[in-house]
Each structure stands twice: as C-alpha cells, then as structure tokens.
Ligand binder design. Sequence first.
Ligand SMILES: Nc1ncnc2c1ncn2[C@@H]1O[C@H](COP(=O)(O)OP(=O)(O)OP(=O)(O)O)[C@@H](O)[C@H]1O
Ligand SMILES: [Mg+2]
Length: 241
Amino acid sequence: MDFVVETHDLRKYFGSIHAVDGVDLSVGRGEIYGLIGPNGSGKTTLIRLLIGLLRPTSGSIRLLGEDMPNKAILAQTGYMTQASALYEELTVRENVAFFADMCGKYDPTWRDEVIELVNLQDRSRSLIRTLSGGLRQRTSLACALAHKPRLLLLDEPTVGVDPQLRATFWSYFRSLADTGITLIISSHVMDEAERCDRLGFLRQGKLLAEGTPAVLRNQKGTTTLEEAFLQFAVEATEGGE
Ligand SMILES: Nc1ncnc2c1ncn2[C@@H]1O[C@H](COP(=O)(O)OP(=O)(O)OP(=O)(O)O)[C@@H](O)[C@H]1O
Ligand SMILES: [Mg+2]
C-alpha cells in the first residue's frame, strides 16, 4: 500500500513532557484517520510535527513518499490550526486567496468554489474581525483547501461549529477522501470518531490502540468508542505506563 503519511518512532519532548512518545503511524491515500485523545495527549504536537512546524526530538516522517522536511511536499499539504490563523483585517475571500497564493496556486474559480463549499458566499466580502467563531472556523477550512492539497491535517476542525454545519463538514470530508485526498483529523468527540475510517487512540503521547471504529469497540466488547478508549487507557495504566 502507498502510504501518504508514515512516521517511525516519532518523539517530541518539551523538557520532561513527552508530548509525542514513540508514534508509528501509517495512513493511506484517501483515508480519514482520526487522532483521538483527551486534552494534552499530543494531538496538536503530532500534527505540528507532520507539517514541519516542530522539529522532532527523534524519529522520522515521510509524507507523500518523501522524507521530511521537504518544501515541495508541504505545498501539497493543507493545515487547519486549532486556534484561528486568519488575517483579521482581510476579508474571507482575501484570506482564501492569500493562503493559495502563498503556495503559488491562486485560482479565483477554485477560491469561489471552496467558499461555496463552506457556505460562506454571502459573507465572502466580510472582514474576519466581524465574523462569529463558527464563521471563522468555516473560513479556516476554506483556507486549508485553498491550494488543492493532497493531504489535509485538521486540528479539531469542528470546535464551535453548530451541529448542522458539523454534519455538512463531515460529509464534505468524506467527499474529499473519495477524491483521493488523505485527511488526518484530531478530535475528542466520539461521535466524530465513529465517522473516521481508522482511529488512533492517543494518550500521553503514545498510541494506545489503532483500528477501525468497529474493530476497536469489538476488541473491548463495548458498545461505544468512549468505553473502549477508557478500557485501553486502564489497561495501559495497569501495564505500568
Ligand atoms: N511549545 C510547548 N512547550 C512546552 N510544552 C508543550 C508545548 N506544546 C505542547 N506542550 C505540552 O505537550 C503536551 C501535549 O500537548 P498538545 O497540545 O499536543 O495536546 P492536545 O492533545 O492537542 O490537547 P488539546 O486537546 O487540549 O488540544 C501537553 O502537556 C502540553 O502542555
Ligand atoms: Mg490540541
């Protein structure tokens, strides 16, 4: 299988904090991979390592078949941060255009398409500072897509988004995956985890378990992923970690 994301024994230590602690990840083309874990489990750090914003303490990363860091590959990767990275004094469409332009891929038709995809066509000329949290979140997603990436890294993309739009986001994620785009999405919302093709349960920087939602539930004989996660966590604690 062609892996779009591969990490080997990836680690990031901040002093005594082992934020990412030996992660082996393999994510295939067109997969939606959910990074699931509680606050502080290392989700953002892992995503920031993948996109090259942090340098690993040790271990290796390959994206789209190339060893990282590699600028050409980064230009094919979209990243939606947990905190807004938008320019407050620019409009929605200017922000989308700016992000595309930075990668040398500005295309006004596509700009308008991604703005429509997140249903912001009526607000495309509004300044970011005049938008609500959910509207900003939609703009951030449009910006992450602005340069037609092959890999999308989305850090808690649906926080602050209303339930209806959340469902729309997820159907959109699925249609992106169907076109061969790979998505890594962090979340601690378990109903979102159910929508992923495969999950990695993260705790204290380590992958506790990996598999499809059904496999993870079956492994622990639970009806919910939340219960399965808790059981994996208890097992890891009893195992002396
Ligand atoms: N720049 C940094 N300097 C020191 N410690 C950091 C830094 N960035 C993250 N950490 C620590 O690394 C650990 C993992 O943080 P991270 O932000 O990756 O967690 P997370 O799973 O994304 O949490 P959340 O769900 O709250 O977003 C935490 O203990 C955090 O305090
Ligand atoms: Mg985070």
